[in-house]
Write a protein that binds this ligand. Structure first.
Ligand code: GDP
Length: 302
């Protein structure tokens, strides 16, 4: 219970910038509103757009809000605020398939989004619930990538499989699977190269890794997790669309929410990509990677 409370407090802290920008403005608007009219709706719409909720999510939320306010004969702006909150939860609550073991988690995303840090946090997180993890340094494009991942493997005290710079990523995955099987691991977390500027190469590379997994470890569940940096806003959405073209994105990990006032991007992702957000990063600490829960997220915002 106390750990849960601690996590929620961290979540609240991490979302502070967005809370100030989004909920702070909503509250001011609510206070100043005598009656719910066109002006109220327009201002609310602006607030959502400014928080990077995106056009599609904003329109869906506003349509739903108007309909419910009308149907419920709601006159009080405070009550409209509660309805807004409810709608936001519903909008983001996409069911996530349960985790199945053994699993290969392929972590994709462009450089700088927080991929390595996130892998380290995930390793510690799964280890703390008793899972056996092996890291696989399949970003052989940059020498620094394997080095950085090695540092995290030491922090998390989990084994790492790596090859020399320039090696075939699929060969690293092959060895990673061999280790995972011989050590009875539950989870192989694969770091991949974020070369989105060369889509064809990236797609070939990811497909080749996927074939190796399917052949060598057919019983393993494969999940492709895309890491997006929340501070990049709409550009992050563009990255996601591009990644959806090169692999089957099963989930999103949204990092650096603590560094932006535009956390509404979580809503935009849901509306525009139809892919669930699995984890969110709300800081650089180990507990600052949390499973995404729509209700808690909205509670922390309001
Ligand atoms: P990579 O190039 O994608 O592997 O990115 P890194 O894992 O090296 O992270 C890039 C920077 O982002 C580092 O300084 C991390 O500490 C930082 N970072 C990662 N996740 C978060 C987060 O959730 N919040 C904050 N504030 N910083 C983060």
């Amino acid at each position: 219970m106390s750990e849960k409370k601690g996590l929620f407090a961290r979540l609240r802290e991490g979302l502070q910038k967005t809370r100030d920008a989004l909920t702070g403005r909503v509250d001011t608007l609510v206070k100043e509103t005598r009656k719910i009219d066109e002006e109220f709706y327009e201002e609310l719409e602006d607030i959502l757009l400014l928080s990077d909720c995106g056009m599609k999510a904003t329109m869906t939320i506003m349509d739903e809000l108007r309909a419910r306010v009308e149907a419920g004969k709601v006159k009080d702006a405070g009550e409209a605020r509660n309805i807004l909150k409810q709608i936001m939860v519903e909008q983001m609550d996409i069911p996530r398939p349960p985790l199945k073991w053994p699993m290969v988690m392929m972590v994709v995303g462009v450089n700088g989004v927080g991929k390595t840090t996130t892998i380290g946090k995930l390793a510690l997180r799964f280890q703390s619930i008793g899972r056996r993890i092996i890291l696989c340094a399949a970003d052989t494009f940059r020498a620094a990538a394997a080095e950085q991942l090695t540092v995290w493997s030491q922090r998390a005290r989990v084994p790492i499989v790596k090859h020399a710079e320039g090696a075939d990523p699929a060969a690293v995955v092959f060895d990673g699977i061999k280790s995972a099987k011989s050590q009875g691991a539950d989870l192989l977390i694969v770091d991949t190269a974020g070369r989105l500027h060369n889509k064809k190469n990236l797609m070939d590379e990811l497909n080749k890794m996927r074939r190796v997994i399917d052949r060598e470890w057919p019983e393993a569940e494969v999940r492709c997790m895309l890491v997006l940096d929340a501070t990049t806003g709409q550009n992050g959405l563009a990255q996601a669309r591009a990644f959806k073209e090169v692999c089957e994105v099963g989930g999103i990990i949204l990092t650096k929410l603590d560094g932006t006032a535009k956390g509404g991007i979580a809503l935009a992702i849901r509306q525009e990509l139809e892919v669930p957000v699995w984890y969110i990063g709300v800081g650089e600490g180990i507990d600052d990677l949390q499973p995404f829960n729509a209700k808690e997220f909205v509670e922390a915002l309001f």
